[in-house]
Design a protein around this ligand. Structure first.
Ligand SMILES: [Fe+2]
Ligand SMILES: [Fe+2]
Length: 184
């Protein structure tokens, strides 16, 4: 109980956040979204399941919108969206590494390539989801009214979509993995 109360307090008491580090994080989060756009583009080429394909088209468009939203947030906070923080460069490297696995065709069956593409989306969306969860906490707790005003509408629009991206894709991965191992 004490632990739960502590958490509630954590999510409601106002706090001051380090501006320079926050801007570096936003640069990283933007790189994650940009990586997501490339990953969906690659996944759409590999996925054959019509339900997954339909959803990935929707998630792809939403991810492109998230790039625009984060770009606007960074500009509104006085940052340069073109600047890449060290964390952004690492995020970009990770996306490139995942992308590379989607173009390897050696000895991989189409159903394995499809599952690998879906798994890559789950990996990328896990990070994307965590990023927006963090921004949501900052939007709620920041003592800086301007920061709250900029973050809140962005979080309100994006966070429910991130919930969807992660939970839906994870569920599909579980189902398709199971089906792929079943005897026909
Ligand atoms: Fe996103
Ligand atoms: Fe996402």
């Amino acid at each position: 109980m004490a632990e739960i109360l502590e958490k509630v307090k954590d999510y409601t008491t106002s706090a001051t956040f380090k501006r320079v580090q926050l801007m570096e994080k936003l640069s990283e989060f933007l790189a994650v979204e940009k990586g997501g756009v490339k990953l969906y583009e690659a996944a759409i080429q590999v996925v054959r399941n019509p339900d997954v394909l339909n959803r990935f088209h929707v998630f792809y468009q939403q991810t492109r919108k998230h790039v625009e939203i984060l770009t606007r947030v960074i500009s509104a906070l006085g940052g340069d969206p073109m600047h890449m923080s060290p964390g952004a460069r690492i995020a970009d490297e990770k996306a490139q590494a995942l992308l590379k696995t989607m173009t390897l065709s050696d000895g991989i069956r189409p159903d394995e390539a499809e599952l690998n593409a879906i798994e890559n989306i789950v990996i990328a969306e896990t990070k994307d989801h965590a990023d927006w969860q963090l921004l949501s906490h900052i939007a709620q707790r920041s003592s800086d009214a301007m920061l709250r005003d900029i973050l809140k509408p962005a979080v309100a629009e994006v966070e429910p979509e991130e919930d969807d991206h992660l939970s839906w894709t994870k569920e599909q991965m579980a189902q398709l993995s199971l089906t792929s191992l079943m005897e026909q």
